[in-house]
Design a protein around this ligand. Structure first.
Ligand SMILES: O=C(O)CCC(=O)C(=O)O
Length: 293
């Protein structure tokens, strides 16, 4: 290939010839040292750079949590929001075996939720264990006390790891993300039936998915999440994540869809449920947040 042709080649295709520049009128100044100017056609206009008067606002950088440890992600009037991550909480072979068994044996089904009167199917499969029903997004998972020996021993192991304050997980929400298109939208686990400042312990099995958190914006932001703090926690096969303190009050979380293939993932969230407070509509929130999807 000639040198000229080689230079004209752009990323595997051929460069289009550049449009002809209008010739500068005779006497027109074309000098990099003169004040900045821009042109439309042959017309030249002076351009004065103005320093912006308003402060330009940057969103805070997203924080990545991917190592074992306790992380205080915020501290506010409602208290400390704490995440405790233990990657490899279950050893690889144990996690493989549990994953295969739960995928095959749990009574997975697709829940129908309601938003402003419209029904929609959750983009994942779920099943629920506990003596009490669990209502969220205007639909109820019926009580189910059929804990298998495997689920009971997992609960034991999780409670031991969580220590004091986690000895009474009486309920388990199981989520199955079949592929990269399955997800759970932004929400907080803050139904009144979970009590104030709930501790929630979540075990992940199968393909890694990103668990994201975003801070609740202050009231003056009118529900705008543009500038809030964000945290990203990749949850791998066998990982344990515990959310504590004010995490459900002050943060929302989600597992978003992904645009690359993902294998199935199971998430088990152990919780302590209380009977719905008297006079409360089932599933009502301690404070208002959007429904998960
Ligand atoms: O799949 C996960 O890691 C999160 C599940 C979740 O947010 C929930 O069950 O409320």
């Amino acid at each position: 290939m000639s040198d000229k042709r080689q230079r004209a080649r752009v990323q595997g295709s051929w460069a289009k010839p550049l449009p002809k520049q209008p010739r500068a009128a005779a006497g027109a100044v074309s000098n990099v040292n003169s004040p900045a100017s821009w042109s439309i056609g042959s017309e030249q206009k002076p351009f004065d750079f103005q320093q912006p008067t308003k402060n330009v606002r940057d969103a805070p950088a997203e924080q990545l949590i991917d190592c074992a440890g306790d992380y205080d992600i915020s501290r506010g009037p409602s208290g400390v929001s704490r995440l405790r991550l233990t990657p490899g909480f279950l050893a690889q072979q144990e996690a493989d075996w549990i994953f295969t068994k739960l995928l095959a044996e749990l009574p997975w089904s697709q829940k129908t939720n309601y938003r402003q009167g419209d029904a929609y199917e959750e983009p994942r499969l779920t099943c629920w264990f506990g003596e009490l029903p669990y209502t969220y997004a205007r639909s109820t998972l019926a009580p189910n006390t059929q804990w298998s020996p495997l689920l009971l021993s997992l609960r034991e192991k999780v409670q031991e790891a969580c220590g004091a304050g986690c000895s009474s997980f009486n309920s388990l929400m199981c989520n199955l993300y079949r592929d990269c298109k399955d997800s759970i939208g932004w929400h907080s686990d803050d139904e009144a039936s979970l009590g104030p400042a709930p501790t929630i312990a979540s075990v992940s099995l199968g393909d890694t998915r990103v668990f994201s958190l975003r801070k609740q914006p202050p009231p003056e932001e009118n529900g705008d999440y543009t500038y809030v703090e964000r945290v990203r926690v990749p949850l791998s096969h066998g990982a344990l994540l515990v959310m504590e303190g004010a995490t459900q009050d002050d943060w929302q979380h989600q597992v978003a869809k992904e645009y690359h293939d993902r294998g199935p993932r199971i998430n088990l969230t152990f919780r302590t449920m209380y009977p719905e407070p008297q006079g409360h509509r089932p599933g009502s929130k301690l404070r208002f947040t959007a429904n998960p999807s």
